[in-house]
Design a protein around this ligand. Structure first.
Ligand code: HEC
Ligand code: HEC
Length: 114
């Protein structure tokens, strides 16, 4: 029992470290580019999901997130009170793709529940 707890703790720590590494990477050159097209200025860190987002990823998936935070022909973001997805979250790094980049589909690996 005890050793399992320690293992779980070690895994959580490793996961936290690797998530930090991911965030660290994206604060490099790509993030500097990301603001260009969208007007969004990245601070390099993924924001936490607000409290009212609890359970949303499980119930609606990345498409659900995209339907508020993403873009379509008429609006960017689709819901005007939602923070717009940075350009680097779109396929090909372009908002006009109106599609999510596959590498961003697992939103909650970077955007934790706040
Ligand atoms: C690989 C990590 C990663 C994934 C996966 C990811 N994001 Fe982000 N996201 C970031 C980072 C880092 C930023 C801020 C810097 C930037 O522009 O890249 C950000 C910025 C944002 C912002 C702008 C507000 C803020 O928090 O800074 C929104 C909204 C957002 N992401 C939503 C999403 C949604 C929705 C998904 C899933 C469809 C998603 N993200 C997937 C890393 C990620
Ligand atoms: C029904 C529309 C809607 C959906 C669906 C939605 N969001 Fe949001 N999201 C918002 C709004 C509006 C805000 C800003 C207001 C607030 O803080 O509640 C927000 C805020 C955020 C923020 C905080 C950004 C910042 O830097 O302050 C993140 C991160 C985020 N959402 C990610 C997600 C992810 C990931 C999903 C999918 C699991 C998702 N959202 C689904 C409307 C939505």
């Amino acid at each position: 029992m005890i050793s399992r707890k320690i293992l779980t703790g070690a895994f959580a720590a490793a996961l936290a470290l690797s998530m930090f590494a991911v965030a660290g990477c994206s604060s490099g050159e790509p993030a500097a580019e990301a603001g260009g097209e969208s007007g969004y200025v990245a601070d390099g860190l993924p924001g936490l999901m607000p409290e009212d987002h609890e359970g949303r990823f499980v119930s609606m998936g990345a498409d659900g997130c995209f339907n508020c935070h993403g873009a379509d022909e008429d609006a960017y973001p689709i819901l005007d009170t939602a923070q717009p997805l940075p350009a680097d979250h779109f396929a090909g790094g372009s908002i006009e793709s109106y599609e999510l980049d596959n590498s961003r589909a697992e939103c909650i690996t970077c955007h934790a529940q706040g």
